[in-house]
Design a protein around this ligand. Structure first.
Ligand SMILES: O=C(O)C1=C[C@@H](OP(=O)(O)O)[C@@H](O)[C@H](O)C1
Ligand SMILES: C=C(OP(=O)(O)O)C(=O)O
Length: 433
């Protein structure tokens, strides 16, 4: 198995950028594929998940040209009716976002399609998508009555009707799938959520010329609206920036600047948590590009104290929780993270993975049903840890290794290629400078 060996780092100093936002990159390809005209995407994330999205839509006959060196994707869309029946399985690899959003498109198409992914995708729950889509009239077959992959959509009329739906858990993937089906449905579709999840779908659909009504925690869309191609500039991914910010927050005397990061308020929970812990973080050059807020982020290492993370904050930092748990081991006092049971349904069970590997490194951490209880500060010691082939887990433990005494080996480190292919390179460049 692939591995990386990491030792304690001296201060991280300098200025970097991080790769494009994963959520926005996926959506740019999908929306470009169902729009009419040429969509050009700049700053596309060259991660494995997003490349899988490109491949799926190419299998549906969409002309997509990807220049990997320039991080640019050009999509010649012919509207949603221009999508063709794929003659092969649509393989989403490791990507939950690809399968869930794409199903929202496929259920309204008149052709036969089958979607599946890797071993991790096989274990991830799909009922959250297939139940509401079925209630719109979608015909869905699949393993265990369509609650797990592989999932097949039969050919035929596939007529959909708009629904009003209250999300049982805040999930942008479920919300987006319903809205994409809603675009193909008769009448209006409304999705309500208790806590607001990331709103990139709403923002980008509006940018592609679709009327989307957004009020508080409710989004509505009327069926039959076409998408008009446009240029998309993808900002740096705050979920990737979070690893670098975490490193700078806990490695003594660090001072780091990350330029051009997406700071959509539905995604900045990690920054709020860090500030609540006493972290020194500032946004500079705040601007809006293509409907998404962007800023340069500056952080300085500072002594941190414990905090409580729960409720509406959770969907705003869901993917950053493993690395936040690492930070919490260095904060003074007891950090409690709750309402995060969704972590069990990601690429791996992130509650178990984070707690078990943190304990290997000597942290005082307790896994709970829906989060963690972490007492700090605790000195960490180098250990053999596993990513469980989950990119966020592998990267979180690499950050922990930067402050550990002795050597830490991260097994399955290559998983970082899912969302942050240059992760180890960027980190080495910063600690050498
Ligand atoms: O819509 C998206 O792009 C995503 C939504 C979140 O998942 P859920 O919708 O399952 O919370 C997040 O964890 C994932 O990394 C990306
Ligand atoms: C959960 C994640 O992604 P996905 O659901 O797209 O696999 C993630 O990137 O942390």
């Amino acid at each position: 198995m692939d591995k990386e060996t990491i030792t304690a780092s001296k201060a991280l100093r300098g200025s970097i950028t991080v790769p494009g936002d994963k959520s926005i990159s996926h959506r740019a390809v999908m929306f470009g594929a169902i729009a009419s005209g040429q969509t050009t995407v700049h700053g596309f994330l060259d991660g494995e998940d997003c490349r899988q999205t490109i491949a799926c839509f190419q299998k549906m006959g969409v002309a997509i040209h990807y220049d990997r060196d320039k991080h640019m994707v050009v999509i010649d869309g012919e509207g949603i009716d221009g999508l063709e029946e794929p003659s092969e399985l649509l393989d989403v690899g490791n990507s939950g976002t690809t399968i869930r959003l794409m199903l929202g498109i496929l259920v309204g198409r008149p052709y036969f399609s089958v979607v599946a992914g890797d071993e991790s995708i096989e274990k991830r729950p799909m009922a959250r998508i297939t139940e509401p889509l079925r209630s719109m009239g979608a015909q869905i077959h699949g393993r265990r009555n369509g609650t797990y992959t592989p999932i097949a959509i039969p050919d035929g009329e596939n007529t959909l009707t708009g629904i009003e739906y209250q999300l049982p858990v805040a999930s942008a993937q479920v919300k987006s799938a319903i809205l994409l089906a809603g675009l193909q449905a008769q009448g209006k579709t409304t999705v309500r959520e208790k806590y607001r999840s990331r709103d990139h779908t709403e923002r980008m659909l509006q940018a592609f010329g679709v009327d989307v009504d957004v009020s508080a925690n409710e989004v509505s869309i009327s069926g039959g609206q076409p998408l008009q191609a446009r240029e998309v500039h993808v900002p740096g991914d705050i979920s990737s920036a979070a690893f670098m910010l975490a490193a700078a927050a806990i490695v003594k005397d660090s001072c780091l600047r990350i330029d051009n990061v997406g700071v959509n308020p539905t995604r900045t929970g990690f920054i709020d948590a860090l500030v609540a812990m006493g972290g020194e973080v500032a946004f500079e050059n705040e601007r809006v590009r293509g409907g998404e807020p962007v800023a340069d982020i500056v952080i300085r290492e500072k002594s941190l104290h414990a905090t409580a993370i729960s409720g509406s904050l959770i969907p705003r930092l869901i993917d950053e929780i493993p690395v936040l748990a690492v930070i919490a081991t260095q904060a003074i006092g007891r950090t409690v993270i709750k309402d995060a049971s969704e972590l069990k349904f990601k690429e791996t069970n992130r509650i178990d993975a984070t707690a078990s590997q943190l304990r290997q490194m000597g942290a005082d951490v307790q896994a709970t049903e829906d989060g963690f209880i972490i007492d700090g500060p605790t000195p960490l010691t180098g250990a053999e840890v596993s990513s469980f082939n989950d990119h966020r887990i592998g990267m979180a433990f690499t950050i922990a290794a930067l402050i550990a005494e002795g050597e830490t080996t991260i097994h399955g480190a290559k998983a970082s290629a899912i969302s942050f292919p240059e992760f180890y390179q960027s980190l080495r460049a910063l600690s050498d400078s």
